[in-house]
Design a protein around this ligand. Structure first.
Ligand SMILES: Nc1ncnc2c1ncn2[C@@H]1O[C@H](COP(=O)(O)OP(=O)(O)OP(=O)(O)O)[C@@H](O)[C@H]1O
Length: 274
């Protein structure tokens, strides 16, 4: 069943004066006694699709968490749509965020429609408005799960649960979508469905920041890659090509871990494996 009730997004470019969806300046994050991010300068303009890449522990999740205010900023600043993320001015209704490795079920029996509808609730709105059901169905349709709307998410596969959570972020029709490892641990069919969803969103002008371990199914979608190593940006530009043989069946995807890599002895071409 295809439900096509979502409202078309205007396609015209934002005014030249519009604040960038994401901007950081000299951003540093300290967790415990460790400096996790150092001097991050990053601007993402409206409509861009940016991959945030890097080895395990390089700071990717910490960076997106600092953008959505989940971890404190030690130095510098981060802004969403021109509003400092530590202020009350952030237009959260314009932002969708799906954290890493969160299941939709959470031990609570709920249907996919209920989980997605909850995305329309927030601090000041604890009751759903008219039209919420149609919007939730449309968001489920965007991730290819409209026909499973009334099924309990506890019976869904990991990939389907991930798609429900993405639908929960999409139901508010965010202008900025931040996804942390959306492809991790999901089956190939779900990956392809997700790639299709994100391609549609890009066509509608949604700005996307996607944390990825490797480009994989999203290689054709990503326009720009920001690569972190040891909490610093070491590349910001064209997406890298996959390492030779990385896509081959049987490749074991062994990746260097930041904690294990010794900067003094690392070979020059052991940059970040994706
Ligand atoms: N709450 C915390 N307290 C102390 N250190 C932390 C905390 N959270 C994360 N770290 C450390 O910060 C570093 C960066 O972690 P982060 O999760 O941002 O990396 P990542 O690039 O997203 O890795 P992965 O690809 O494995 O998800 C790691 O060394 C991690 O152990």
């Amino acid at each position: 069943m295809r439900v096509t009730t979502h409202r078309p997004r205007p396609t015209q470019a934002p005014p030249a004066t519009a604040a960038a969806p994401v901007r950081t300046h000299d951003l540093s994050v300290v967790l415990g006694s460790s400096t996790i991010l150092r001097g991050i300068d990053l601007t993402i303009s409206a409509g861009e699709t940016v991959a945030l890449l890097g080895a395990n522990g390089s700071g990717k999740s910490t960076l997106v968490k600092s953008l959505v205010g989940v971890v404190p900023i030690a130095n510098g600043r981060a802004e969403l749509f021109g509003a400092d993320v530590t202020s009350r001015r952030v237009p959260w209704a314009r932002v969708g965020y799906v954290p890493q490795r969160l299941t939709a079920a959470g031990g609570v029996p709920a249907t996919a429609l209920e989980v997605v509808s909850s995305g329309l609730l927030h601090g000041r709105r604890l009751r759903l408005r008219g039209g919420a059901r149609a919007r939730a169905l449309a968001a489920l349709d965007q991730v290819g799960l409209a026909d499973r709307a009334h099924d309990g998410v506890h019976v869904f596969s990991g990939g389907q649960q991930q798609r429900v959570l993405i639908a929960r972020a999409l139901v508010r029709e965010p202008e900025l979508l931040i996804l942390d490892e959306p492809l991790a641990g999901i089956d190939r069919r779900s990956k392809e469905a997700l790639a299709g969803t994100l391609t549609d969103l890009r066509a509608r002008g949604t700005t996307m920041l996607i944390v990825l371990h490797e480009l994989g199914e999203l290689a054709g979608l990503v326009q720009r890659a920001v690569v972190l190593r040891h909490g610093r940006v070491v590349h910001d530009g064209a997406p890298p090509r996959a390492a030779q043989g990385h896509d081959a069946a049987g490749h074991d995807h062994v990746h260097a871990h930041e904690d294990q890599a010794d900067p003094g002895t690392r070979s020059p071409d052991l940059k970040v494996e994706w």
